[in-house]
Write a protein that binds this ligand. Structure first.
Ligand code: PEP
Ligand code: MN
Length: 263
């Protein structure tokens, strides 16, 4: 179902009040984690002003340590919904379990299945049955074929609204948090009709690398970006070093314009 062989035309995926696909550059931005009410609303207003169409933010955080901040869960989703009502932004949130999925569908426009859950087949099947648009990230060490099979799990349950997201893969390199596989953009284009976004934040883990990587992504033909933005990156409860300030995000969207025009 996700194979280009049987669906040669690139898909445009309708999500909330917009669509994702060829011919347009979708910007998603927001904090790694929803930390409190005010930071969500403040970030929503800032990223909307800079041109984002989606507010991202984690209410269920898949953290390496069980002692690290795990997310506000449903309370966080309520803040995201309020941010949507206030700004008109579409909302995307990660779900890490079947229970989280059941709750999140009441609040968000799109669910995210994160790298760590890309092969959580029960979650994929349930996301397929839920019928809500899905942002499917590539697993930390998943091949492109494994990733497309994960998308197939969602599609085969009757949900065609899937957007892929390359967020870097595990390699021997330690200078960046992950290694962005920029080839994933043309490879996915050749193999699938689904849109593909790039997450330069988790791909690099370093704020200073976000802009060059984003330019490369757009020039390579990515359909959009999902970027971490925080009102005070040095105060962030997670992923501060890779988060942009509001000003830096605004600068990024501005500096990407010539690349988007070329793509
Ligand atoms: C995220 O986007 O918040 C996240 C945890 O990303 P990933 O699943 O790509 O690590
Ligand atoms: Mn993060």
């Amino acid at each position: 179902l996700v194979n280009k062989k049987f669906h040669p035309e690139d898909s445009v995926i309708e999500v909330g009040n917009t669509s994702i696909g060829p011919g347009r550059l979708t910007m998603m931005a927001g904090p790694c984690a929803i930390e409190n009410h005010d930071m969500v609303i403040e970030t929503a207003i800032a990223v909307k002003k800079a041109g984002a169409e989606f507010l991202r933010g984690g209410a269920y955080k898949p953290r390496t340590s069980p002692y690290a901040f795990q997310g506000l869960e449903e309370e966080g989703l309520q803040y995201m919904k309020e941010a949507r009502d206030e700004t008109g932004l579409n909302i995307v949130c990660e779900v890490t379990s079947l229970r989280a999925l059941e709750t999140a569908v009441k609040y968000v426009d799109m669910i995210q299945i994160g790298a760590r859950n890309m092969q959580n087949f029960e979650l994929l099947k349930e996301a397929g049955r839920a019928g809500i648009p899905v942002l499917l990230k590539r697993g930390l060490s998943a091949t492109i074929d494994e990733w497309l099979n994960a998308a197939e799990y969602i599609a085969s349950e009757g949900n065609p609204r899937i957007v892929l997201c390359e967020r870097g893969i595990r390699t021997y390199e330690t200078a960046t948090r992950n290694t962005l596989d920029i080839s994933a953009v043309p490879v996915i284009r050749a193999k699938s009709h689904l849109p593909i976004l790039i997450d330069p934040s988790h791909a690099t883990g370093v704020r200073a690398y976000i802009e060059p990587i984003s330019k490369a992504a757009v020039a390579a033909g990515a359909d959009g970006l999902i970027v971490e933005v925080h009102p005070c990156p040095s105060c962030a409860l997670s992923d501060g070093p890779q988060s942009l300030t509001f000003e830096q995000f605004e600068q990024l969207t501005e500096n990407l314009k010539p690349y988007a025009a070329l793509a």
